[in-house]
Design a binder for this molecule. Structure first.
Ligand code: CMC
Length: 435
C-alpha cells in the first residue's frame, strides 16, 4: 500500500470474461483512490485520462486542497493563518522541511539564504546576450537552467549536501536573477543584494533601487509582497509542479527541473494568466468599461475568448487565494491612496460573471490570478514581470515536491503510456513513386 494511506477495500473491474480486484487506498483527508498499479499486468488494459482530470500521479504530504469547500492548507496549516502570521521565508521552510521552524532553525535558514544571494559575475554578463525586449520568463527559465553550468558542485541528486546547497542557491538567487530580468528591460544597472535585508525587502530594493541613491523600504509594500508570495507558494499537483516532478524523476538536477517548471508556468492557462488578466482588464477599460460585452464574449462558443483569472480545474466553489488577495488589494490601495481603474473594472466584472447563469452553472469563480495583478501594479511591478513573481512564490513548493519525489522509495521515472491512433504498418515508398 502507498505510503501514508490506509486501506479502503477493493474496487472490482469487469472486462469481458475477466474480473479483477483493485485496491482502494485512502489518504489522511479521506480521499479514496483506486490503485491501478497491477491493471496492465493482469488485464492488458491501460487507463486513458486526457488532462489527468481523474488521475492521481502520486501521494503527497505537502498541500491539501478541497475544491468543493475552497480549502487550501500547506502541511496542514490553513492558508489564511499562514498569510496572516508568517513571512514568505518561514512558509518556504514549512513547505520544504514539513514543520514550522523554531526560532533557532529560522535564524539559521535566513542566514544560509543570505550567504547565497549574489550570483556569479559571469551570470550578470550572461544578460548582455539577451535582446532588450526579451520576455522576462524566457530570461528567467534560461538563467535558472544555466545555474547548473555555473554551480556544477551542487548538481548531484544523490548527494544530500549538494542538494541542500542547490536548494539554498535557488531560493536565494532567484529574486536576484528576477530583478536582473527587469533591470535589463529598462536599461538600469543591476543591483547587488543587501544581506541585512529580509527576503522581500531585498527583492524590492533589487527591483526598484539604483546605485545612485538609497532605497527606502516601505513596510506596506513588503507586507503585500509577502502575502502574495505566500498564497502562490504551493498548489499540489498543478501543471508546473507536475513538470518539476516529472523532469526530476529522470534524475535531472534541481536547477534543470525548476527551469522546466518555469516554462510550464509561463502559459496563459497557468501562471501566465495573471499577465493575460491585467491585459484583459485594461482592454475592457479602454472599451469604456463595458464588462457585459466581455462576459458575453466569454460565453460565446464561437469565440475563443475566455475570462482570464476565472475558473479552475479543482476549485468549484471559490478560490481561497483570490479571497485573501482581494482583501489585501482593498487594504493596499486604500493605504497607498491609489485609485486604480483596473481594480474597479475587476470588481464590476466579477459581479457580472458571478450573477450570470453560464458562470454559475459551470462553477467558475475568480482564481488567484484575478486580483494579483492589481497588487503587483500597486507595487510598481510591470505586467511582463507578473508571471516571474508567481515563479518566485512557487519556488519553495516546486522544491518541496521535487524533494518529496526523490525521497519516496517507490519513485520511478515518470513515463505515461498512450493509446496509439496513427497509421498501422505500411511499406516505405521511394520519393519518386509518392503521389
Ligand atoms: N471563461 C469562460 N468560460 C470558461 C472559463 C473562462 N475563464 N473557464 C472555463 N470555462 C468553461 C469552458 O468553456 C467549459 O465550458 P463547457 O462545459 O460549456 O465546454 C467549462 O467552463 C469547463 O472548462 P474547462 O476548460 O473544461 O476546465 P479546465 O479544468 O480544463 O480548465 C482553466 C481550467 C483554469 C484552464 C480554465 O478555467 C481557464 O482557461 N481559465 C482562464 C485561465 C486562467 O485564469 N488560468 C489560471 C488558473 S489559476 C492559476 C494556476 O494555478 O495556474
Amino acid at each position: 500500500m502507498a505510503e501514508g494511506t490506509t486501506s479502503g477495500g477493493n474496487a472490482k473491474l469487469q472486462f469481458g470474461e475477466k474480473s479483477i480486484d483493485l485496491p482502494v487506498v485512502i489518504g489522511t483527508e479521506e480521499e479514496p483512490a483506486i490503485d491501478i498499479a497491477k491493471l496492465r499486468g493482469e488485464t492488458g488494459l491501460i487507463t486513458l485520462d486526457e488532462g489527468f482530470v481523474n488521475t492521481g500521479s502520486t501521494t503527497s504530504a505537502i498541500t491539501f486542497l478541497d475544491g468543493e469547500k475552497g480549502i487550501l492548507r500547506y502541511r496542514g496549516y490553513p492558508i489564511e493563518q499562514l498569510a496572516a502570521n508568517c513571512d514568505f521565508a518561514e512558509v518556504a521552510y514549512l513547505l520544504i522541511y514539513g514543520e514550522l521552524p523554531t526560532a533557532d532553525q529560522m535564524h539559521t535558514f535566513r542566514d544560509t539564504l543570505r550567504q547565497h544571494t549574489i550570483v556569479h559575475e559571469d551570470i550578470r554578463r550572461f544578460f548582455e546576450g539577451f535582446p532588450r525586449d526579451a520576455h522576462p520568463m524566457a530570461m528567467l527559465s534560461s538563467v535558472i537552467a544555466t545555474l547548473s553550468a555555473f554551480y556544477p558542485d551542487s548538481t548531484s541528486v544523490k548527494d544530500p549536501q549538494q542538494l541542500h546547497v542547490s536548494m539554498m542557491r535557488l531560493l536565494a538567487k532567484t529574486p536576484t536573477i528576477a530583478s536582473y530580468c527587469y533591470k535589463k528591460s529598462i536599461g538600469q544597472p543591476f543591483m547587488y543584494p543587501k544581506n541585512d535585508l529580509d527576503y522581500s525587502q531585498n527583492f524590492l530594493r533589487l527591483m526598484f533601487g539604483t546605485p545612485a541613491e538609497e532605497y527606502e523600504i516601505d513596510p506596506v509594500e513588503v507586507e503585500a509582497l509577502n502575502l502574495l508570495l505566500i498564497v502562490h507558494a504551493d498548489h499540489e499537483q498543478n501543471c508546473s509542479t507536475s513538470t518539476v516532478r516529472m523532469v526530476g524523476s529522470s534524475d535531472a538536477n534541481l536547477f534543470a527541473s525548476i527551469s522546466a517548471g518555469i516554462g510550464a508556468l509561463w502559459g496563459p492557462l497557468h501562471g501566465g494568466a495573471n499577465e493575460a488578466c491585467v491585459a484583459m482588464l485594461d482592454r475592457i477599460r479602454r472599451d469604456n468599461g463595458n464588462v457585459e460585452k466581455y462576459v458575453d464574449m466569454a460565453k460565446d462558443k464561437d469565440n475563443n475568448f475566455r475570462l482570464m483569472g476565472f475558473g479552475h480545474r479543482v476549485y468549484k466553489n471559490f478560490d481561497p487565494r483570490a479571497k485573501i488577495i482581494k482583501a489585501a488589494c482593498d487594504k493596499l490601495l486604500a493605504k497607498m491612496k491609489i485609485n486604480d481603474p483596473i481594480f474597479e473594472i475587476a470588481q464590476k466584472l466579477e459581479e457580472a460573471a458571478l450573477t450570470d447563469e453560464y458562470f454559475v452553472e459551470r462553477k467558475l469563480y475568480p482564481n488567484v490570478d484575478f486580483y494579483s495583478g492589481v497588487v503587483y501594479r500597486a507595487l510598481g511591478i510591470p505586467v511582463p514581470m507578473f508571471t516571474v513573481m508567481f515563479a518566485i512564490g512557487r519556488l519553495p513548493g516546486w522544491i518541496a515536491h521535487w524533494l518529496e519525489m526523490r525521497n519516496c522509495p517507490t519513485t520511478r521515472i515518470n513515463r505515461p503510456r498512450q493509446v496509439y491512433t496513427g497509421a498501422t504498418e505500411r511499406d516505405f515508398v521511394p520519393i519518386d513513386q509518392r503521389k
